[in-house]
Design a binder for this molecule. Structure first.
Ligand SMILES: [Zn+2]
Length: 392
């Protein structure tokens, strides 16, 4: 990892702070395993009922991922980090390309699919889950809900349920974010980081994964180039991520020693990510946040995602961005993908379309034929055959 002079100086400072921080023990959970949280007053009863309604709506929302393999995997990682609290939390994986995770006071944990694109391995995923569990164990959301004016909280929950019911991607994202944006204080975030790290280590995961997740999010924000790439939801609800990640890094180094090589864990996570990469990256592309997308593609390339797939999506990113020189860049990327040992079929198809656009009829024919040869069962086979017919 590179650091500028200033960053390195700050890092050194925060490492020194680590000595002081290490004297702090992570806070203890405020609730015991198996505890069922309840409304504290008549006032609160309505909120809890709305929360239950929302959870019901989530349960039948088309945006919730039902794939038993993905759910089983996340549940397994969660249980390893949660220990005795494993059954106190219900996890809903929501299809949304942003990075967010939120924890409701009743034990409803919402995890966005964008998290899978931003963690490098199981340890980092475990930290995201552990951090949220720590908020639950410390009853942070409960405390901030009680502090919030009932009317306001009820209103946001209402819009939340509405968003889920309508099944529209962004409103759901925005309103789900409200769950976490009944915001935690800096101290609560620090507690969640420390307790989350402790849970991580106790579950047999690498505690260094903790600050590495935050560092990556900071990097991603730096790559958000256009105005439309406004800060992600998580950054809005978790302020000062850079400072937090540095403090946490100092603390982890002090308490657990220097980081070890985590290459072995990456391979397993990578296989899972690869299986779902196409859906996940299509959702990311749909955000039109090209700076972020380019940054993610670069990271996934270094992680070892199939280069044919990476270059296909680089091509897609350039094609959709459509700026100066982007069509040429798209063509070059598709060509690299098509030149791979196991070419990604869509690259041939899109090279065909680009050739059509530039009136290269024989080129278009060749690419479309190659596409159908490598992907005989293509869903758009009829369409491609239609083009081929007109090119003869
Ligand atoms: Zn948090």
């Amino acid at each position: 990892m590179r650091h500028s002079g200033l960053a390195a100086a700050t890092l050194a400072l925060s490492l020194n702070c680590g000595v002081a921080l290490a004297l702090d023990e992570p806070p203890l959970p405020r609730i015991l395993p198996g505890h069922v949280p309840e409304p504290a007053s008549q006032d609160e009863r309505g909120l809890w009922m709305e929360m239950a309604d929302l959870e019901k709506a989530l349960g039948s929302s088309p945006l919730v991922i039902r794939d038993p393999e993905i759910n089983g995997y996340v549940q397994d990682v969660f249980c390893r980090v949660a220990g005795d609290y494993c059954r106190d939390v219900r996890i809903y994986i929501v299809r949304n390309p942003g990075f967010n995770a939120s924890m409701a006071p009743n034990g409803m944990l919402v995890l966005w699919t964008g998290v899978f694109m931003r963690v490098r391995d199981e340890d980092e995923l475990a930290f995201v889950l552990g951090h949220e569990l720590a908020h639950y164990q410390r009853t942070h959301s409960l405390l901030s809900w009680r502090k919030a004016k009932t009317g306001m909280a009820a209103g946001s929950i209402f819009s939340l349920a509405l968003g889920v019911a309508t099944g529209v991607l962004l409103p759901v994202g925005e309103s789900l974010a409200m769950l976490s944006s009944l915001s935690f204080s800096r101290e609560q975030e620090r507690e969640a980081d420390l307790l989350g790290t402790k849970l991580l280590a106790a579950g047999g995961f690498d505690p260094h994964a903790s600050y590495q997740v935050w560092k990556f999010l900071v990097e991603e924000e730096r790559h958000a180039v256009a105005k439309s790439e406004e800060p992600g939801v998580f950054s809005k609800t978790h302020p000062e991520p850079l400072q937090r990640s540095r403090e946490l890094e100092g603390y982890v180094n002090e308490r657990y020693g220097p980081p070890a090589d985590r290459a072995a864990a990456e391979a397993e996570y990578l296989a899972g990510l690869s299986r779902h990469y196409e859906e996940l990256m299509k959702d990311q592309l749909d955000t039109n946040r090209f700076g972020r997308t380019a940054f993610l593609l670069d990271r996934h390339a270094t992680m070892g995602i199939d280069p044919a797939l990476i270059d296909y999506f680089r091509g897609e990113m350039y094609r959709q961005r459509g700026g100066e020189g982007d069509l040429e860049a798209a063509r070059a990327a598709y060509l690299r993908s098509a030149g791979c040992e196991r070419p990604y079929p869509g690259s041939y198809r899109n090279l065909g379309y680009l050739s059509l656009k530039s009136d290269d009829r024989s080129g278009a024919r060749t690419y479309f034929e190659q596409y159908l040869a490598v992907e005989p069962e293509a869903k758009d086979r009829e369409m491609i055959e239609f083009y081929l017919e007109s090119l003869r």
